[in-house]
Design a protein around this ligand. Structure first.
Ligand code: NDP
Length: 335
């Protein structure tokens, strides 16, 4: 079969593309411009014409995906803004929501061969930051970020803007599905990853241009520019390689139909990563040496029984993730 992957040049998406190709799928990737295909063509050249591209300049434009969805068996919609420089929340909410509704609408009109659509949401549409530690499940929705953004607009935090964009986009996906399920040939699966870390395959010329989550990782473990306060911040995380596999299993597994699926390995504080990095590479920063993992309070944990029941993935450990990420940085001359 052939799978359409949107935002194919992104950190997570390249792992989705790689895993699909390894498992024998053909892939059509959407990117914003022709120049963004160069790196991917060279990375996956051994797969020849199993990988093709569709240029979608603006995912917000009506009908943007009308051509791209034609003739594919499944869609993985990963394209969505994840950055901290939006002023008005609409700068990230509009592409997140319109991009999602747009691809579903194109699939309704032109995706006659499509059997499954996988939307990459986030644990940001599940977790609500609160004063007490909590284990969240697929039953939880992040209403708080939407309230914050509605009340504070441009003055709301970057995290709330991003989480609101993911919650609203995911909610729009489920609403679209409920409104149109009688008219379409496909079903919907939503993947909710926690923070994603691990080696990078996408095109990055220098650390400052890393995607949001890996820049956070690099700043803490290598650059040493992260404040003590932020080193003691954490959430839950997943390895990008496991997330790539989770997307492929979401495409392939009939029982995943209609499910929202949390993909998460374990809790972390950034200082946990720093401790491993410093042990492996003593020249790297030690960070907050007063940190004690035994007494640290981990606020956002997830119940991952659903993904284990449906997919049974053996996730990479934190040690493996940190080690392999640093080896990747080293190979790039960043350490
Ligand atoms: P990247 O920034 O590496 O990739 C984002 C992708 O989306 C890029 O291909 C980017 O294109 C595209 N994109 C963003 N905004 C637009 C837009 N306005 N129009 C068209 N394309 C756009 O981020 P990640 O790989 O980390 O994120 C991929 C997905 O995973 C997102 O849906 C994100 O919300 C989700 N996610 C990520 C997590 C993480 O920790 N990294 C955690 C949980 C979920 P371009 O390169 O041209 O800008």
């Amino acid at each position: 079969g052939k799978v359409l992957v949107t935002g194919a040049n992104g950190y997570v998406a390249v792992w989705v593309v790689k895993t699909l190709l390894e498992q024998g799928f053909a892939v059509r990737g959407t990117v914003r411009s022709e120049s963004k295909t160069t790196h991917l063509r060279s990375l996956f050249k051994s797969y020849g014409d199993k990988l093709e591209f569709a240029i979608v300049e603006d995912i917000v434009k009506e009908g943007a995906f009308d051509e791209a969805v034609k003739g594919v068996d499944a869609i993985a919609h990963t394209a969505s803004p994840f950055h901290t420089h939006a002023k008005d929340p609409s700068e990230i909410i509009v592409p997140a929501v319109q991009g999602t509704v747009g691809i579903l609408t194109s699939a309704l009109k032109h995706g006659t061969s499509v059997k499954r659509i996988v939307v990459t949401s986030s644990c940001g549409s599940i977790l609500e930051e609160g004063p007490d530690p909590k284990t969240f499940s697929e039953a939880d929705w992040n209403e708080r970020a939407i309230r914050e953004v509605e009340a504070k607009g441009a003055a709301s935090t970057a995290a709330d803007k991003y989480c609101a964009s993911k919650t609203l986009a995911e909610r729009a996906a489920w609403k679209y599905w409920n409104d149109h399920k009688g008219e379409v040939s496909w079903d919907l699966v939503v993947i909710n990853p926690s923070y994603v870390y691990g080696p990078i395959l996408h095109d990055v010329d220098k650390p400052e241009h890393l995607n949001e989550s890996m820049r956070m990782f690099y700043d803490a473990t290598v650059a040493g520019t992260t404040s003590k306060e932020v080193l003691n911040w954490g959430s839950s995380w997943i390895d990008a390689r496991d997330l790539g596999l989770a997307h492929v299993l979401a495409v392939k597994t009939p029982e995943a139909s209609g499910e929202r699926i949390i993909v998460s390995q374990s809790v972390f504080k950034l200082q946990d990563f720093v401790n491993i990095a410093h042990r492996l590479y003593p020249q790297l920063p030690a960070g907050d040496t007063s940190f004690n993992p035994a007494t640290a309070v981990y606020f956002q944990a997830y119940d991952t029984s659903k993904i284990q029941r449906l997919f049974g993935i053996k996730f990479h450990t934190m040690e493996e993730m940190v080690k392999d990420s640093l080896e990747d940085f080293k190979a790039r001359g960043w350490i």
